[in-house]
Design a protein around this ligand. Structure first.
Ligand code: ADP
Ligand code: MG
Length: 397
């Protein structure tokens, strides 16, 4: 596992600390409507100010495409952060230049300031070196607490990290430690659950995991493509028939690497993709031609539970069925609750991520008991695809 510096390794007293956060919060009527992202940055900021740092927060917001777009100002976010911290957060109307210097030069130890939306400058997404130098001129050291933007090589996540002493903030640290524990140096056997709609969006996920884990449990619509590739008739189910060769290749690569691919034994079928639609449980050789598989059946649920009981580590991306519409959430709920129960009992380390996965696990009431749930979306997916994340690589020591 690669190593990275954390804020524990940094002398920050009296220093201007540039903290790259992801404060791309949902906004309604000019105010953050959900402060989760702000709240998750607070531990890093509190830690730094308690050690006498001057904390200067940098973030993007929306996609202003290098233009100053007043609706995408971070000012309301700075105010909300002030509320979260219980103190005044100063605001500079530009990320670099006179405004940023004026505001930050007036700071005392323990103060917090926020700079305006870094994406008001086109140079940000271009990873521009001169722009990074202009940001570096504002601070003494750099802390990245934005794992969710670490898959992008932008000036504030990549070039800037190479110009100042750099370290991971608490949130970045927690994410890297959780992910490292799950795939970097995991306790075996390791299981992966890969579900969701389509094989085509998860080819790289499956390819990387088939080399790293002991078993991949496939669920969701993509299981239909694997079943079809194995010669089963999947009726009217969501199925990417043109991906059958790729599915067979994944099974072959997995077998060569000692990784077992597990498919459903039975499924819940319905004629419409709708809540409460008439449905029944059938074996995988009995899917009627006018019906679609929308969830795993009870025999598969049992099988998944038994397999999870035999594992020490679990990485999960993608639901087992159309969890948004009841009763097709049953398989996902049962598997998520089993993983949560085993984690709580201390026999399983469980890490999950993905936009719909986070919603599915919350819907199952299982989210709190997982070891770690990544809300990083794209960055989490690239990480399980085995890719190097530029924002993380820039912190490696
Ligand atoms: P994530 O966002 O966590 O990576 P995905 O976007 O890959 O997950 O998959 C989630 C979607 O897959 C959900 O919208 C869900 O309804 C859909 N899905 C799961 N199982 C099926 C199925 N059997 N048929 C159709 N859609 C499905
Ligand atoms: Mg999704």
């Amino acid at each position: 596992m690669s190593t990275f510096k954390t804020i524990d390794d940094m002398d920050v007293s009296g220093k201007k600390v540039l903290v790259r956060a992801d404060l791309n919060v949902p906004m309604a009527d000019g105010k953050p409507s959900d402060t989760t992202r702000i709240d998750r940055t607070v531990p890093t900021i509190r830690d730094l100010i308690s050690r006498g740092a001057k904390v200067i927060v940098i973030s993007h917001f929306g996609r202003p495409k290098g233009q100053v777009v007043p609706e995408m100002s971070l000012k309301p976010v700075a105010d909300a952060m002030g509320t979260a911290l219980g103190m005044d957060v100063k605001f500079a109307t530009d990320t670099i230049g006179d405004s940023a210097k004026e505001v930050t030069n007036a700071m005392n130890n323990g103060d917090v300031a926020m700079l305006e939306n870094v994406r008001f400058h086109a140079e940000e997404t271009e990873n521009d070196d001169a722009f990074a130098s202009a940001m570096a001129a504002i601070g003494d050291v750099y802390v990245n607490d934005a794992f969710s933007t670490a898959h992008r090589a932008h000036a504030s996540t990549d070039a800037l990290a190479r110009k100042l002493p750099a370290a991971a903030g608490r949130l970045m640290q927690a994410e890297l430690e959780a992910l490292g524990g799950a795939l970097g140096n995991p306790q075996k056997p390791v299981a992966a659950v890969v579900g969701g709609a389509k094989v085509s969006t998860k080819m790289e996920v499956l390819g990387n995991l088939s080399k790293k884990v002991d078993v991949i449990i496939i669920g969701g619509g993509m299981a239909n493509t694997f079943l079809f590739a194995n010669g089963h008739d999947v009726g009217a189910s969501l199925c990417e028939k043109d991906m059958a060769d790729e599915a067979r290749n994944i099974v072959k690569t997995a077998a060569e690497n000692g990784c077992e691919i597990v498919l459903p034994l039975d499924v819940v079928v319905a004629k419409e993709f709708a809540a409460g639609a008439d449905n029944k449980v059938v074996g995988i050789d009995e899917i009627p031609s006018d019906m679609m598989a929308l969830d795993i059946g009870p025999a598969t649920i049992k099988d998944v539970e038994t397999r999870l009981e035999g594992c020490k580590t679990l990485v999960w991306n993608g639901p087992f069925g159309a969890f948004e519409i009841e009763p097709f959430d049953k398989g996902t709920n049962a598997a998520a609750q089993a993983a949560a129960r085993l984690t709580k009992a201390g026999t399983l380390l469980s890490v999950a991520g993905g936009g719909d996965t986070v919603a599915a696990l919350a819907h199952a009431g299982a989210a709190d008991d997982f070891t770690y749930i990544s809300t990083a979306g794209g960055a989490f997916l690239e990480w399980i695809e085995g890719k190097t994340l530029p924002g993380v690589a820039a912190l490696e020591s």
